[in-house]
Design a protein around this ligand. Structure first.
Ligand code: GRF
Length: 200
């Protein structure tokens, strides 16, 4: 059984979608640790309610090195095989990403490479695109940059606000992220340069 580590910073709805899929037996893994870098993250309360190993490691006012050392120690201690960034609002330094090559996933609320970084849904609205969506990708040293595993598109409607567009995208995120985690856990992802191919 593979071990998953989930990193969050807030609401944690993607973490919950993954946890639901694990509980339903769709992902052959267990969640061995949920870590939030922010205190009071709702996702951390939910993880505790589910009886999961939930840890708060505040990153604020801490040198990056010390935070990341603590983070890696906690992940190692929980013997994680794979890491899912689920609304984790910190960029991991190359020291961390190189430690887990092709073993970290992230979800981003846009069709990458469009609109990386913060406020992706607002960027999409302001740019005037007619389609947006979400992307699950492997994490490398760049921000929202690694090889793309899965994407889902949603329409941008004339009367959309950031809130309505975000909600439409989020519904897709909750479908997409567990599927991508399953592919990774089942070793069905093959990466060639930037391209991801799914093994049968
Ligand atoms: C999601 O929109 C995700 O794509 C982005 O941050 C948000 C996290 O939401 N990276 P939640 O904490 O999973 O509810």
């Amino acid at each position: 059984m593979k071990n998953l580590g989930i990193l969050i910073s807030g609401r944690g709805s993607n973490f919950e979608a993954i946890a639901k899929s694990v509980a339903a037996g769709e992902i052959a893994a267990r969640i061995s640790i949920v870590i939030s870098n922010r205190e009071g993250a709702r996702g951390l309360d939910r993880a505790r309610e589910m009886g999961l190993n939930a840890l708060c490691l505040p990153s604020q006012d801490k040198p990056r090195d010390s935070f990341e050392n603590e983070l890696c120690a906690a992940l190692d201690n929980a013997a994680v095989d794979f890491i899912c960034l689920a609304g984790f609002m910190r960029v991991l330094s190359p020291g961390v990403t190189r430690r887990y090559p092709q073993r970290i996933l992230n979800i981003h609320p846009s069709l990458l490479p469009a609109f990386p970084g913060a406020d992706a849904q607002r960027q999409a609205l302001e740019h005037g695109v007619k389609l947006s969506g979400c992307t699950v990708h492997l994490v490398d040293e760049g921000v929202d940059n690694g090889p793309i595993v899965l994407q889902a598109a949603v329409p941008v409607l004339d009367d959309d606000t950031v809130e309505t567009l975000s909600a439409r995208i989020l519904a897709q995120e909750h479908q997409l992220y567990p599927q991508a985690v399953r592919l990774l856990v089942e070793d069905r992802i093959r990466v060639e340069s930037r391209r991801v191919f799914l093994k049968q």
